[in-house]
Design a protein. Sequence first.
Length: 339
Amino acid sequence: MMLKEIGLRKDYLQGQSISSVYFGGGTPSLLSQTELLLIWEELSRWFDITADAEVTLEANPDDISIEKLKQWGPTPINRLSIGIQSFHDADLRYMNRAHSALDARNCIQWAQDAGFENMTIDLIYGTPTLSDEMWQYNMQRTFGLGIPHFSAYSLTVEPRTALSALIKKQQLPPVDDNKAARHLLMLMDGAAQNEYEHYEISNFARNEHYARHNSSYWQAAHYLGLGPSAHSYNGASRSWNIANNAKYIKALQQNTLPLETETLSVSERYNEYLLTSLRTKWGVDLTHIEQHFGFERRQRLIKETALLNGKILLKGNQLTLTNQGKLLADSIISDLFEI
């Protein structure tokens, strides 16, 4: 059905070239080599994909094997995104992950041996089971892997999940926000010492190996999402596919796009620009604010951020978060939103 959706949405990007393709969400690593090649063939049929496009496959360590890596080799995939989360079994058990610390170490080595030098891994910090010493170990192991990119996130407990229920029943300890802030400060210092650039609050890269896919979100580029629950954006409106698989398939069988769309107001686009740009090292461009959202918003933003002494830096026409500001990014940005 996804192949059919590709054809139905061939005009969405209005002929723009594509420099990033991301197989992610769900378990794309379960796709066979044949299925991956079929999807790629259909994408190439309808869209202009650049010769140097970043083509990422998302996978968990327990999904990766030497045989799987051999199957991915002949496909256009040239980058892996691996959900390592931690190199400690106690941490992984707390997060209810299916893989072990040994799996985490092995899959990276296997991927590098198979020629996948371009990869990114995810780490989680601030968990109750992760001491400062254990986090230091995770950091040093990551720095020594020779990978060009990694992402690190503070543990968030989503409502109505098994982890949330266990914490409420006091069967597992809750998340400590102070520990999470301490771990992020440790990471910012350690990454800088190991030549990783902190280019977005949760993302670090060596030698400007920025994630093209994620960068497209932060830079308000247009993108197309395919499959159940996928989101798309074309600068003026946002659309999202329905999550129900059966309804998704039925709609496509009837040549109907299984999606809903909303047109963004000026205030919504302004808020979204603040949300995405202020998280990055490039920050908010005040010239962009004036050109796209008006002189009054530019001046108001300058006044509002002047009150955040030590948390936001104004240099030329750019507003960027300081390290202290990054610890409070969500609350700072939400306070700047236009309601």
